[in-house]
Design a binder for this molecule. Structure first.
Ligand code: HEM
Length: 523
């Protein structure tokens, strides 16, 4: 096709898209064309500038101001029950008092995976990103929950090994003089490496092409999701075919399959040879101790194909890298604004590691001040204003008579700090959970960063809560220690406060372009 033809094709596409958008705007709120999921009559819509504002304007405002709209709902609707509207879905925000009775409902009553795939992280555009595979079964969830978490303490040395190797190969060139550094890309590289070690083992976790591919794929998935979500659903088939992010995503997916399928086939051949398919251990050979192998061991026949396993793998690894980087960067940015926390945390790390002779199986769980600080960071800097995303699959009647009809998308607002069951909830107190734990020796584990409840909801809560939260807690502590035991950190002279997070829809993302001052510690 020559350039002229391409240009003609391009303008035709623009006309078609513009036409479709106009139909959508005129049609406004017509069911099926626009929003999914119900609105409750008792839950007022928040986010309109005036009462007669066309609903589609309010829906699109979510892109620029989603976070603030949700926070406004918390401030202005005393019952805590309100609706926010996005172009493709209505979201019912419910107060935290309902979380406990909803937390353990089965998926045929209250679905968590459908919420993640259809509307959750950002309407994952399942048919265009491959995320629909998550709807079929919680294979990754089970592998992380039943295999990774119980063995985490044994895997500490693997994480430490990868941190040390990466640091030696990928030095930050930080000297004993203060200099300014952008730390976020480095933490991403460390986290990609650690995660690959736990999920796929050696040698692939050290393959630079693989590590870059992993990060590129995650980026392409998020860009596809974010771009497509700006347009009405009926334009998606067309958009999905033309946008560059989707093309990049497809290319990354192809390359990912080229990496993973031979590895999976090799493992399948060994399982076939020793007749060890479905067994967790074999007396004939040493089975790899990683998430991919555990997924293979518990896969059904339908799931046990290289293609299916590789696709599922993407969505098991995807959330785990970015979310931990967000927490660690938020901790570091907060520490440079509140340097009074640095020395007590560093001292605790030094003491535990000295007593354990380095990272031992239980070292991370003994770092209680660090744990408390990370938990308080998660309370103040949740990655999204929405948590505990669920879709009702049947009518649910709550304890006070509130009815959630079938097909309601319910969420808890993380911006509702006032509903947190802690003293002075709006204050940042990095050691609040440490102090609470010290004064309540019984049941102290409920103060852990990795334990969830209706006020600590960032990992979800109940039967579908994040299975990787124990790994996230361990990894965050090891990454933080990796930085603050080696380096002094402080704000650059040009700043008086920490780098601000960037708001996008309901998300708040750490500023990955920001810099901090660093110097190598002398001791
Ligand atoms: C600070 C870091 C993390 C945060 C904030 C986080 C948060 C979440 C949330 C909110 C969910 C949905 C839970 C629900 O529906 O109630 C989830 C699911 C999940 N998380 Fe995490 N997560 C983190 C780290 C990790 C890590 C490190 C891993 C893996 C080692 C992991 C693996 C998973 C898996 C497998 C699921 C289930 C997805 C599915 O439906 O298949 N997460 N996470």
């Amino acid at each position: 096709m020559d350039l002229e033809e391409t240009a003609k094709g391009g303008s035709l596409l623009v006309y078609i898209l513009a036409g479709l958008v106009i139909v959508y705007i005129v049609a406004g709120d017509l069911p099926g064309l626009g929003s999914r999921y119900r609105k409750l009559p008792q839950a007022p819509v928040v986010g309109a500038r005036f009462s007669f504002e066309p609903r589609w304007v309010t829906r699109y405002r979510f892109y620029s101001s989603g976070w603030d709209i949700i926070a406004k709902g918390n401030e202005t609707v005393p019952s805590g029950l309100f609706t926010v509207v996005r172009p493709e879905s209505n979201i019912t925000i419910i107060p935290r008092k309902y979380v406990d009775e909803l937390a353990n409902l089965t998926d045929d009553r209250l679905a968590s995976n459908e919420a993640i795939v259809n509307v959750g992280v950002a309407d994952m555009m399942g048919p265009y990103t491959g995320a629909t595979i998550l709807l079929k079964r919680y294979l990754g969830h089970h592998a992380v929950n039943t295999k990774l978490t119980p063995q985490l303490h044994m895997l500490v040395e693997h994480i430490q090994e990868e941190l040390e190797i990466t640091a030696s190969e990928d030095p930050l060139n930080i000297t004993e003089e203060w200099s300014e550094h952008r730390l976020s890309p480095y933490i991403y590289r460390l986290m990609a490496r650690i995660t690959s070690r736990l999920f796929l083992g050696v040698p692939i976790c050290r393959d630079k092409k693989w590590l870059q591919l992993q990060l590129d794929l995650v980026m392409a998935i998020f860009q596809t999701i974010l771009l497509m979500r700006n347009y009405p659903r009926f334009t998606h088939p067309l958009l999905g075919a033309v946008i560059p992010a989707r093309k990049r995503l497809n290319k990354c997916m192809e390359e990912l399959h080229e990496f993973l399928e031979p590895l999976i086939e090799e493992r399948m051949a060994i399982d076939a040879k020793y007749n060890s398919r479905g067994q967790m251990t074999s007396d004939k050979y040493e089975k790899p101790n990683d998430v991919m192998q555990w997924m293979m061991d518990i896969a059904t026949d339908e799931e046990y194909t290289p293609d299916n396993l590789a696709n599922r793998f993407v969505y098991t690894i995807m959330g785990s890298i970015r979310s931990v980087v967000e927490v660690v960067m938020n901790c570091l940015y907060e520490l440079v604004e509140r340097p009074e926390y640095i020395e007590p945390i560093r001292e605790e790390m030094r003491q535990v590691l000295a007593e354990d002779g380095g990272w031992g199986k239980r070292s991370a769980s003994r770092m209680l001040k660090t744990d408390s600080f990370i938990k308080e960071i998660s309370r103040h800097y949740p990655p999204s204003a929405l948590a505990f995303r669920r879709i009702t699959k049947q009518k649910i009647v709550l304890h006070d008579g509130l009815v959630l009809p079938k097909d309601t998308y319910v969420c808890i607002a993380t911006t509702s700090l006032a509903q947190d069951d802690v003293p002075d909830p709006h204050e940042f107190d990095g050691f609040r959970y440490f102090n609470e734990r010290m004064s309540h020796k019984v049941g102290a584990s409920r103060y852990d960063y990795a334990s969830t409840d209706s006020t600590h909801i960032g990992f979800g809560h109940g039967r579908n809560a994040c299975p990787g939260r124990f790994a996230a807690s361990l990894e965050s502590k090891m990454l933080l220690a990796h930085i603050i035991l080696q380096f002094d950190i402080k704000l650059p002279p040009s700043r008086v406060t920490r780098p601000k997070s960037v708001k996008m829809m309901d998300f708040k993302i750490q500023d990955s372009t920001a810099t901090i001052m660093m110097r190598k510690r002398k001791e």
